[in-house]
Unconditional design. Sequence first.
Length: 254
Amino acid sequence: MRVYTLPPYEDVRYPYLLVNAYWRRSLAYVGRDTVSVIVDSGVHSVFERMGLKEYPGGWRRWIARVAAAYAECRARGAGEVYAVVPDYPTDYPGNPIPDNVERTIRNVEHALDEYPGVRWIVPIQGRPGSVSSIARTIERLEEMGLLSRTDYVAVAPTCVAKSVGFLRRAAMVARSLLPGHRIHMFGVTARAWPEVARYVDSVDTVNFNWIYKGIAGKLGTRREEKLRAWEEFLRLVEPYLGAGAAGGSRPAAP
């Protein structure tokens, strides 16, 4: 199982990058030594931090922005590039979007039609804590013929989920319904990695700095503190990537 993330600094190398179409500066992390990169749409920034109900400039413009970020990552020489179709969450407590499934499916159809050259990851949206809603969305996407146009999907209502049981069941259902697809899960807590690893191909996290809080009782803010958290993250992630496969590194501290 691959674990995608973004290192604390550009000069820290890691083979599986999660970059962000909202924060275009993150694309600078991508290079010829990048094995694989996923371009995320910036859901957390747009809907959690900013509290918006729609992507800035509208959904068509944002899909175009993600497609442009995808092209830039390819130009930077990454070995493999995927992009997530911009979706709509309903699991952020302060900003739930009730029609998130319908709007996400609309975006998927548009992205696949208008940008067929992009290797899209199709998000499977649903309701918080509801495995059955994930299954229903998969069925709808299959009925519309959209899943046959991609080899990679992402189980989406998992970013803030704390229940390991829910995450395991969601992974199991997705795998049973999509045996021929690669499956990603957004924002899965590290506690759930052992439970989902046998069912999914990849997960992502951007919360490795919290590791330092467990070490020192506070979040790391200085370079050496963040690098310490990064080293602990590499030790945590290596069993899932395979012995020696983490490939992460840190430069010498100044």
